[in-house]
Design a protein around this ligand. Structure first.
Ligand SMILES: [Zn+2]
Length: 216
């Protein structure tokens, strides 16, 4: 879990490589289930075709379908789920039925000002979507891509007003989930304003310790 721009995707990629875990990003596995026409995939497709949100228990069943396939016998990494407390409860019930539980809920935290600074400084080239940052990784010539000479623009998602809205949604939806996992003693916090390497080292060490404890 973590606010937009805190580096969740980067850290997830590294953890998947470190621990050789299947990675379940909700949107991706939902699309995969639909494409492979699995039982729950067919059901999910009906909602998606109508433009409706896929219900919590169905998303949870998509995840469980993957767990039951045996590919996650040594663990898995979830991203984008649970987003709400009812989703967290649904997940807990489904795992309990399988005699499994979560090792940890990882939170990569970053203050709002930092998120706004990171995202609103981002620029993307129109031709190949090369990414720059006006403050941390500026192009040689302002507004021009170093690699292909095309124009740099700010995506709508990164405009300050949109970033503020995304942060509002994040605080409203995710903070109760953070509290829920904190009460269960599962929450582990990491400082997302540190460098990606430092955050990665910290998460990896924490997970390695938790795994050792689980084996005892
Ligand atoms: Zn470019």
């Amino acid at each position: 879990m973590g606010p937009p721009g805190a580096g969740k995707g980067t850290q997830a990629e590294r953890l998947v490589a470190d621990f050789d875990l299947p990675y379940y990003a909700t949107g991706d596995i939902l699309r995969a289930a639909v494409k492979e026409l699995t039982e729950v995939g067919r059901e999910a497709k009906q909602y998606m075709d109508r433009g409706d949100l896929v219900p919590d228990d169905l998303i949870c069943r998509v995840i469980m379908e993957r767990l039951d396939s045996g590919e996650a016998a040594d663990g898995f990494l979830l991203d984008g789920f649970p987003r709400t407390v009812p989703q967290a409860e649904t997940l807990e019930d489904a795992l309990e039925k399988r005699g499994k539980d979560l090792t940890a809920a990882l939170l990569i935290d970053a203050p709002d000002e930092e998120v706004i600074r990171r995202l609103s400084g981002r620029r993307i080239c129109v031709k190949n979507q090369h990414v720059y940052h006006v403050e941390f990784d500026p192009p040689k010539n302002e507004g021009v891509c170093d690699q292909d000479g095309s124009r740099l623009i700010q995506r709508d998602d990164d405009k300050p007003e949109t970033v503020k809205n995304r942060l509002d949604v994040y605080h409203e939806q995710t903070e109760p989930v953070i509290g829920w996992y904190e009460d269960k003693g599962l929450l582990r916090r990491f400082d997302g304003s540190r460098s990606p390497d430092e955050v990665h080292d910290h998460i990896r060490a924490t997970l390695a310790t938790l795994r050792l404890e689980a084996e005892l």
